[in-house]
Design a protein around this ligand. Structure first.
Ligand code: AGP
Length: 367
């Protein structure tokens, strides 16, 4: 670890703090200021092949799947190529149609997750092209793919993944940028995103400084048996990842939902005992998100809102966590970091062994 592991310090904690440095490593030598693009030599795809891609599909398990969902949104927004994400553990079993002009992307920290590896093998057997977003160099998934982007997060030991997920997000941003710049993404937008990525490590430092206020909120949430994490569009995979992290290490029940779907059922569960962590970035959906917060508050549901400075939440009694602004497309990663801190401090306040959560392994190598 760059800053050294202090006596008794959890690995997850050290890995969270290492994220700004890990992102710098992921970006090193890959950004092009002049043309507002990224260079990813390991893809083994030239500009003509990149232009021929008609669809992009991300495959991963657990949190890697959720970051895949964030990555699909980036590719659609920046490159305007239809993209989606799917749980690799389900993919093979639904007998998927493998298309020759689809780029399949296998996402994995360990590179050894069996469900993801088997999905890669199935795609290749049927003639599809797969690239890997993998952290561990020379791992089974990295070897099975046609090319890829190494994450350079450094060794990740804690079962609850943090820095590897952040670097997956960065790798997706680089991929989306390179795909976008051989299509319709303008040089101005390309440069805007290159600059934003360069600023990302400093912004991550700023979010990590919110730790003390987040720790207080976390200790209160840890007292509740069940809670919701909600978000819309860009914010939804963030909510899924937040709920996942909390479940893994604090053993509290957390359910992620699309904010827009609350009124179609789960609102029935909202009560003073069931808090909601809401992702409300300053974007085209802010007003609608705030309206949903009012619905929750009207039913007595306590609210924690992860948002941007200046977002007007009306006269609501909420605990808010303001993350710094960057560019909208990159909001998800900065909104995710407070949720890592929230899960960590919830588990810590309960006195749990954060690095060895019950029933879980760092990488799942049997089906
Ligand atoms: C993340 O906190 C989890 N421990 C888990 O969901 C993990 O992301 C998943 O098992 C995939 O692992 P991989 O990235 O090594 O393939």
């Amino acid at each position: 670890y760059e800053h050294g592991l202090e006596d008794g310090e959890s690995r997850m904690y050290a890995e969270m703090l290492e994220q700004p440095a890990a992102v710098e490593r992921a970006l090193r030598g890959r950004l092009d200021d002049r043309f507002g693009t990224a260079h990813l030599g390991g893809l083994n795809l030239d500009a003509r092949e990149l232009r021929a891609i008609r669809r992009v599909k991300m495959l991963g398990c657990g949190s890697a799947y959720y970051v895949g969902q964030m990555g699909a949104a980036l590719v659609e927004e920046l490159a305007r190529i239809p993209a989606d994400a799917e749980a690799a553990s389900e993919f093979r079993y639904r007998d998927p149609v493998i298309e020759p002009d689809t780029l399949y992307v296998a996402v994995s920290q360990s590179g050894e997750t069996i469900d993801t590896l088997l999905a890669v093998e199935e795609i290749r057997r049927k003639g599809g092209r797969v690239i890997g977003l993998v952290n561990v160099v020379g791992s089974a998934i990295a070897r099975a793919c046609d090319g890829g982007i190494y994450l350079h997060a450094g060794p990740e030991i804690a079962v609850a993944s943090t820095k590897a997920l952040t670097n997956m997000y960065v790798a997706f941003a680089l991929l989306a940028l390179q795909l976008g710049r051989v299509r319709d993404l303008s040089i101005a937008d390309g440069k805007r995103l290159v600059n934003a990525l360069q600023e990302l490590p400093a912004k991550l430092e700023q979010v990590l400084k919110l730790e003390d206020e987040i720790a207080e909120i976390a200790a209160d949430l840890a007292q509740c048996d069940s809670m919701f994490f909600v978000g819309r569009v860009r914010g939804y995979p963030v909510a899924r990842e937040g709920a996942q992290k909390l479940k893994e290490i604090s053993y509290r029940h957390a359910e992620a939902y699309q904010t827009s779907e609350l009124k179609h059922g789960p609102l029935a569960l909202i009560s003073p005992e069931v808090p909601t962590v809401a992702i409300v970035p300053d974007d085209e959906l802010t007003e609608r998100n705030v309206a949903a917060l009012h619905e929750i508050a009207a039913r007595g549901g306590p609210l924690v809102v992860v948002t941007h400075d200046g977002v007007d939440l009306g006269a609501l009694d909420v605990r808010r966590i303001d993350v710094p602004r960057l560019e909208r497309e990159l909001d998800p990663i900065l909104l995710t970091i407070p949720l890592q801190l929230l899960a960590f401090h919830a588990a810590e306040s309960l006195g749990l062994d954060i690095d060895k959560p019950r029933n879980l392994a760092k990488s799942v190598t049997v089906e």
